[in-house]
Design a protein around this ligand. Structure first.
Ligand code: PHE
Length: 344
């Protein structure tokens, strides 16, 4: 009886493991476990086994039954997995694929690249000075007397730090002009610097964000005059905004330039006629001027031998001044809303 049970088990396992589809497996199941299946019949015979051996044989029969049932279950799983992988093979690989969504550089990054290229054509050297600097570089060396109210005017963020006897407090730079002195300390004239960096001021409305970008130009050489500044401005305006746009300079005041100017570009919508978007045909781009002798001195440059001009214009501002931009709230640029960014 024992041998018969072991034989039934082995036979069943070979059938089960060789079954190639669920139908064959079901037939095997009936053949061994069905009403008149081989194992079922064998179990019925246990009653005729001598009493002393009956318990032992009963346990063996149970074990055989469990093994057969478990193997059937396992094989069912194997067959259903094979069915799935057969399906995968049936996928038509010549069908067009699913394209992953492609992003693009942020608008400001694109503008910075474009501005950099324009000035590189004129021989400017792109640098990026620190966004955290000493008061000395942001103000004192730029000819701001100690405790000049401009430190408030610029609405500067001061950083909690130990004051340095020469350099003062630390600030988040309120303008890229701090790079002027850094560049003069780094290289000797001739200097053609383009410093593009993040700047910080306490401000937030439709046309101002607490963090924004400026691009600062500094040119120092022998015989540099206002005409060089005007030529550079005109070249930038025509290259960045297009041939139709014009530029102009107006007298203004900055501590670190003399004479100083504000720089305007003709409005891209009305082309200088005057409309609702501009001030009598003009849009303001930022400041400029001839480098003040005291600034040259602070940078270790002899103002009798060298002169220079500087300008500081806003990246966000020039971007918004492109006629096809129509960005009516500057804060949108930094809201990271894809519905806005994907339009460009
Ligand atoms: N730093 C000035 C500002 O932020 C702009 C400027 C730069 C003016 C260079 C003159 C020369 O407004």
């Amino acid at each position: 009886m024992e041998d018969e049970l072991i034989g039934i088990k082995n036979a069943a396992l070979t059938f089960i493991l060789e079954a190639i589809d669920p139908k064959e497996l079901e037939e095997t199941k009936l053949q061994f476990l069905g009403k008149s299946g081989k194992l079922t019949l064998a179990i019925k015979e246990i009653s005729s086994v001598p009493k002393e051996k009956r318990k032992e044989i009963g346990m063996l029969a149970n074990e055989v039954k469990q093994t057969i049932e478990q193997t059937i279950k396992d094989q069912e799983q194997v067959l259903s997995k094979q069915k799935k992988s057969n399906l995968i093979e049936k996928i038509d690989v010549t069908n067009p694929g699913i394209k992953p969504a492609l992003g693009h550089l942020h608008l400001i990054t694109q503008a910075i690249d474009e501005i950099t290229q324009i000035f590189e054509h004129l021989g400017f050297n792109r640098v990026r000075y620190s966004e955290v600097d000493w008061d000395y570089y942001a103000f004192t060396a730029l000819n701001f007397p100690k405790d000049h109210p401009a430190r408030d005017e610029w609405e500067t963020f001061f950083i909690k730090s130990q004051e340095n006897p020469k350099n003062g407090k630390m600030v988040l730079i309120p303008h890229t002009s701090s790079g002027q002195i850094r560049e003069m300390e780094r290289v000797k004239p001739p200097i053609r610097m383009l410093n593009i960096a993040k700047c910080y001021r306490r401000q937030s409305d439709v046309s101002h964000t607490p963090m924004f970008h400026q691009f600062e130009g500094l040119v120092i050489d022998k015989n540099i005059s206002i005409t060089h500044l005007k030529g550079t401005l005109e070249y930038f305006v025509k290259s960045y905004f297009g041939e139709k746009r014009k530029s102009r300079i107006r007298p203004y005041h900055f501590q670190f330039t003399e004479p100083s100017f504000e720089v305007d570009v003709s409005c891209g919508v009305c082309l200088g006629i005057g409309c609702k978007l501009c001030k009598a045909g003009w849009l303001e781009m930022g400041g400029a001027g001839m480098v003040h002798p005291s600034v040259l001195k602070a940078g270790g440059i002899d103002s009798k031998e060298y002169t220079g001009f500087a300008f500081g214009w806003g990246v966000e501002r020039v971007l918004m001044m492109k006629e096809d931009m129509e960005i009516d709230d500057l804060r949108l640029l930094y809201s990271n809303d894809l519905r806005f960014l994907e339009q460009f």
